[in-house]
Write a protein of this length. Sequence first.
Lengths: 194, 274, 277
Amino acid sequence: MSPMKLCVPGDKLCSTEDCIPGTGVYLRHGYIYSSLAGYVLRKNEGEELPVISVVRETETQLLPDVGAIVTCKVTSINPRFAKVHILYVGSTPLKDRFRGTIRKEDVRATEKDKVETYKSFRPGDIVLAKVISLGDVQSNYLLTTAENELGVVVAHSEAGAQMVPISWCEMQCPRTHAKEFRKVARVQPEYLQA
Amino acid sequence: MPTDNKRVRRPEVSQSPSVFACRPAAVLPAAGPRADGRRRDQVDVRPVFVRCGLVSQAKGSAYIEAGNSKLMCCVYGPRETDRKDETDMKCGRLITDMRFAPFSCPERGSWIQGSEEKDLSLMLQESLRPAVCLHRYPRSQVEVNVMVLENSGSVLSHAITCASLALADAGIEMYDLVLGCSIRQDGASYMVDPTYLEENGCSSGSEDNQGRLTVAFLPSLNQISGLQSDGEMAEETLTAGVRTCIEGCYKLYPVIQQALAKATRKAAPPPSES
Amino acid sequence: MAAGFKTAEPLEYHRSFLKENCRPDGRELAEFRTTTLNIGSISTADGSALVKVGNTTVICGIKAELTNPTVEAPSKGYIVPNVDLPPLCSSRFRPGPPGEQAQAASQFIADVIESSDVIQTEDLCIERGKLCWVLYCDIMCLDYDGNLLDACIIALLAALKNTQLPEVTIKPEACTPEVNLEKRNGLLIHKHPVGTSFCVFDNSILIVDPTAEEEGLSSAHFTVVTDEGDRLCSVHKPGGTALSGEKLQECISRATARQREIQKLIDKVIQSVKAAE
């Protein structure tokens, strides 16, 4: 195997007749150019032409996008919404904190009008959520947990111990056996490492 | 004078010892070789030393040394924009800040950012912006901080080169690298990549065509993204100067490419081809 | 898993290492990061030094200017230290006037200079009541990864040792100073203060030379400054959890050992700079 080719922004990689542009590249006058400093990667994905991309270490996805699954930490709650810090996009950690909001009506899919935020999240909880909108001028990223796989994954009880989930809406403290309400996520094995 | 209660108290006035020096101020010679041995009227840029990825806290960073000029640049972000308006929803923001360390110039600089630094920051931003794919970073800002550690001339052009390296090191998507080069026009002759003395020294020669020119250039796209000229120059002199600067940029290009490739290789081994 | 644990529960993550008497970066509790020094690299300054303690990078440049001594202290010059934490060095600092941490660090350095007698301000006097030197010691952080104060003191000390002041003569008839920039003399360094910073975890575990992350998670941090005669120049403990006397004694003896290492390092680098000239 030959060593992989390195490129820097502005390098002309190939013509659009030879490859389909992937990530880390841009098109100009019928040619594909690199927009990153990284390795040139050609991939055959069953199509006629290979897909050409430029890849760097891990930071391929830098910003939360609509539809992305994010891991966040709850910073504050009020009756209408919970405020969170987005820590991960997929399994990629973000270097800078982005703020997000989970509105009351986006906490769960059923009985939306009966949702109470303080029975769903507490500050400090680690929550899996999905980005539904980038928000407008006033608001932050809007997130939802209205899926079985989304919701609280790590939470601490009032006694300070890490709680174990006992149902989709309750968690229990192993020390005091007190039960607390949460919108619990059914964790999928693929997200276990994140 | 208002007291600065955020810093340690200093005497109200102090003067640089060079004011009292018995030696007369140096005058730029009108002809002949330059003080550092380079030739006039030749695209004789100082050899540069560049490194990427030195600052652990930054997303991307670069250090450049050309002669005695030493500059450092750090890139942070993309992070959430502090103030938002409608345009930020579609397009990211590029924020630049260029500063001189107080000890970087022959005369001690102030702690507070002066108007020269603000001008340079703006010029830096305008030169970099056409090269950065800002539409890929909606709602976010990319911050570029440049610190001049030692000013030995042509700091703006080196700041442009250094900042584009740091942006590439940070993995910010760009259409091309941006390289900077400047000249000092002194009558009929010119000096490429002038030193501090050549930049600021008054010439003993003719009065016409005295000026400075800095060009920011996208080498692969063959476009000029920034141009700043001050002084007085005839039209032909200026166009010839721009051409000279572009030639200077092409001399830097392979060095910058190699430095970036080296940093990329060091940051991560090639991913497996699967 | 490790990365996720680290982001979600940073304190627990550090505790799990401290329990095993080590730290996430592989150091022992009382181990410093590699310290490197570069002296005299800035030719526009009268003296300069660049210090790296692990990732933390600090540069100090000294510029000397002439001024009049105050009426209260006619035979004393000035030393004006300033610690700058520009937004370049970490995303935690914003542009603008110096923040709280930078102000506190500047004041701390000023206190160390005064209490340690590193330079006697009388040495900076040129003519009593008329003319003296002011040394502007600008210390700038270029990469902030914790333990700023230790790095600042080393940078300052090394830059002071590198400082060469031009010779000044006063013409008696004209009463104006005349400066000979070619003829320069070094400063007289009386003492060599060196700082050692510690962090406290869970009221009992002490670690030395903390990183930025460790500083943020610890319950207290403090700095001990000693000189070559094992004299205590300064103990700086801004709040945090209480500390027992024995622990403090332990820290002081660790600090005196560190002082020797650093002084040796500075001497070695100065020797090599001289040899290269």
